[in-house]
Design a protein around this ligand. Structure first.
Ligand code: NAP
Length: 489
């Protein structure tokens, strides 16, 4: 990848706000800087929306809603299908852009672009499968007609860790269902979403259906929109703390809400696990996105009989990973998103070490520029350590030993989060029994990857409400209307 490739892809991205089908500067002319986390240097400036710009975006979405809801489902699906094809045709540039603004290695960015585009392909197919029902009332005196209608204008808020996929996972079903949108991407990684908004326009999405407001004042811009009453839906992906605040705001006008929040995934390795599979699964569940994933394995709970072999094998694999700027050939681990994220990871590791954890590899902070942290493996981590309770969001595997199944399940469930759990065993009865007992919306059984556009992604407990993807994903953007039909005498 050359510097001229980098400059070309950054220069190709529209940097304005996208409102009513037009790219325009923020009303006050403000801009915000987008930085490369591998160097700390600014890549470019994008428009920084004010609350007034946010209101313009909501007005544009409201104006577009009725007509878009009336568009034929096949046409809505074909817009998504074209957007999928455009994304795949431009995967190299989109991946480079993502690596520049977010840090993940190019191969992972390509993986995310494919994953993100697949949501468009999946929901292109779902747009024409919105069904209803007709039934005879139990007493025979009337009929029930049940139909699905778009929920209406939707507010979408996305995080920085998957800058494209967290957006397409919401835009795909919203377009398929017939909902106009205002989307606010994360201030740290807006460029991928700016590029996608341009692709959707090129694919034929009518003006005003998707409006994009990038801002350094997330609360100031979004709260008035949430409280306004014209939007009927709020779909958020991000931290549990912000999700709770948004739920309070959404209660004022009783918005439909979808909340994809934080996680604290346990990764259980039983004594009857296939160690090769468990190590491969662990690498995927831990190191995808440098550990900056809501689905990242946060607590490795390993049966005492396997724990030293497991720790040694993961330490060998983690220690061999090449760390560096994600644009460089062969790099497998990029920087963390910012200094705050890196320092938090380091604080959690120091806390575990202070409490007696043992280091197998890593744990020494790397000096800048850029926000790098070395792949780290710790064992004998006491359950009282902070990283057992908090999202690490970095390349740190923390191993705690257990002696029996009840102890393992109790430790796995001992968290307010419930997004995903991983479970490795070759015993089918145990696999099914433990899968049922784990308190999470998703379980990875002998696999370290659960994300799939065709499957229902989401959490329970404080990891969220609702599901994205799968055949239920579109339901989040549909209302059910029931028409009672009198049959007279
Ligand atoms: P975050 O701080 O909660 O931010 C997420 C989004 O919310 C960003 O766009 C942010 O804008 C915006 N935001 C922050 N405060 C807001 C407010 N008062 N009103 C409206 N919007 C507000 O989370 P993050 O650090 O970006 O992302 C990491 C978190 O996301 C982790 O907890 C991770 O587990 C979770 N996550 C969950 C899933 C899932 O599917 N369950 C997927 C990915 C990530 P700014 O960028 O301007 O701060």
């Amino acid at each position: 990848m050359t510097n001229s490739d980098e400059a070309r892809v950054v220069d190709s991205v529209p940097t304005g706000l996208f409102i009513g089908g037009e790219w325009r500067p923020a009303a006050a002319g403000a801009t915000l800087a987008v930085d490369d986390p591998a160097t700390g240097k600014t890549l470019c400036e994008v428009a920084d929306a004010s609350p007034a710009d946010g209101m313009d975006a909501l007005a544009a979405a409201s104006a577009a809603q009725q007509q878009f809801a009336a568009m034929a489902p096949r046409e809505r699906g074909e817009i998504l299908r074209r957007a999928y094809e455009l994304m795949m045709a431009r995967i190299d540039d989109l991946a480079l852009l993502m690596t520049l603004e977010m840090g993940k290695p190019i191969a992972e960015s390509k993986g995310e672009i494919t994953y993100a585009a697949e949501f468009f392909r999946w929901f292109a197919e779902e747009a024409v499968r919105i069904d209803g029902g007709y039934a005879v009332a139990p007493n025979g005196a009337s009929r029930f007609l049940v139909q699905k209608q778009p929920v209406g204008v939707s507010l979408l808020i996305t995080p920085w860790n998957f800058p494209a996929a967290m957006g397409t996972r919401k835009i795909g079903p919203a377009v398929a269902a017939g909902c106009a949108m205002v989307l606010k991407p994360a201030a740290q990684t807006p460029l991928s979403m700016h590029a996608l908004a341009a692709i959707l326009a090129e694919a034929g999405l009518p003006p005003g259906v998707l409006n994009l407001v990038t801002t350094s004042d997330a609360g100031g811009v979004m709260e008035p929109l949430i409280r306004d009453g014209r939007a009927r839906k709020l779909s958020f992906t991000g931290s549990t703390a912000v999700g709770k605040l948004l739920l309070e705001q959404a209660s004022e006008k009783v918005l439909r809400t979808s909340m994809e929040l934080g996680g604290n995934a346990p990764f259980l390795v039983f004594e009857d696990a296939d160690l090769d599979k468990a190590v491969d699964g662990a690498m995927l569940a831990k190191m995808r996105n440098m550990g900056e994933a809501c689905t990242a394995a946060n607590r490795f709970l390993v049966h005492r009989s396997l724990s030293s072999a497991f720790a040694e094998r993961i330490a060998e694999r983690m220690g061999a990973l090449k760390v560096g700027r994600g644009t460089e050939e062969g790099v497998q681990v990029g920087p963390l998103v910012d200094a705050k994220g890196r320092d938090k990871v380091n604080d959690l590791v120091r806390d575990a070490l202070d409490r007696g954890a043992r280091v197998h590899v890593g744990a020494d902070p790397v000096d800048g520029p850029g926000y790098f942290y070395p792949p780290t493996v710790l064992s004998e981590v006491p359950l009282a350590a902070r990283l057992s309770a908090e999202e690490i969001f970095g390349p740190v595997a923390a191993i705690t030993e257990f002696d029996d199944e009840d102890e393992a399940v109790a430790a796995a469930n001992n968290t307010e989060f419930g997004l995903v759990s991983y479970l490795f065993t070759e015993n089918i009865t145990r696999a099914l029994r433990v899968s049922e007992r784990l308190e999470s919306g998703m379980v990875g059984l002998n696999t370290g990857l659960v994300s799939n556009p065709a499957a229902p992604f989401g959490g329970i407990k404080q990891s969220g409400l609702g599901r994205e993807g799968g055949s239920v994903g579109i339901e989040e953007f549909l209302e059910t209307k029931y028409v009672a039909i009198g049959f007279g005498g």
